[in-house]
Design a protein around this ligand. Structure first.
Ligand code: ATP
Length: 214
């Protein structure tokens, strides 16, 4: 269970987040909605450990992880810019997280190939990521986020570059994977229909406060 307790954040004299409390169970997807600039990405980056909150704490499975560095949280992030490695091919972009975990390169590549197959990207395995379309790059980023079996998944507009048909298919694949792998998932999106299709629970960030949306 991922838990945010009394999180607050200010930028200068602007109060961006005010006493945010939220729980996300293992395997649950919670959608985070809110107008542009309301602080959704800021909240995700606090959960990821990329910035400390002004006040409050982040917990996972009963442990206070507020001061645990991002690489030791075992969370996967996918932000709006996919942050793929331009010098690596598609296969090695996806295998990267496993190699970092000291898995042998051949095993990492074999698992990455299976993941690429699920995402319909196997034909691109040897291509450099910059030769792919925006939608294809987004699928590479999704495959890379999922491959290490993170215990929490933080997604910022993960399907925005995909066309409607691809979006639908990928969304279903994603929901299945999240439920099966038991990842606590926070999904930021502007698309409320998509949010409702994916998440049993939605919350909305308005004027620094979190309210139940459904
Ligand atoms: N490091 C920072 N220093 C100062 N202000 C910041 C910083 N990071 C974000 N902000 C401001 O905080 C506000 C919230 O930004 P944030 O990106 O969290 O919003 P958002 O809800 O994710 O927006 P969008 O939906 O447009 O992506 C914005 O006004 C932004 O300019």
């Amino acid at each position: 269970m991922l838990e945010l307790r009394h999180i607050s954040q200010n930028y200068g004299d602007r109060v961006l987040l005010q006493d945010i409390n939220l729980q996300v169970a293992a395997g649950e997807i919670v959608a985070l909605l809110g107008p542009s600039g309301s602080g959704k990405s800021t909240l995700l980056s606090i959960v990821a450990g990329l910035q400390p909150p002004l006040k409050g704490s982040v917990w996972f499975d009963g442990q206070d992880i507020t001061r645990v560095p991002p690489e030791r949280r075992h969370f996967a992030l996918m932000f709006q810019d996919f942050a793929l490695f331009a010098h690596l091919n598609v296969l090695d972009n996806v295998a990267f997280g496993l190699v970092e975990q000291r898995l042998a390169k051949s095993d990492a590549r074999a698992r990455a190939a299976r993941m690429l197959e699920r995402f319909g990207l196997l034909d691109h395995a040897r291509h450099k990521v910059w030769t792919l379309s925006g939608g294809e790059q987004q699928r590479v980023a999704l495959a890379r986020a999922l491959i290490t079996n993170p215990r929490a998944l933080l997604l910022d507009e993960p399907f925005s570059a995909l066309d409607a048909e691809l979006r639908q298919g990928l969304r279903e694949e994603f929901c299945r994977h999240i439920a099966a792998a038991g990842m606590a998932t926070l999904l930021v999106t502007h698309d409320e229909a998509e949010a409702r299709a994916m998440a049993a629970r939605g919350v909305r960030l308005v004027d620094g406060q979190l309210r139940a949306a459904w």
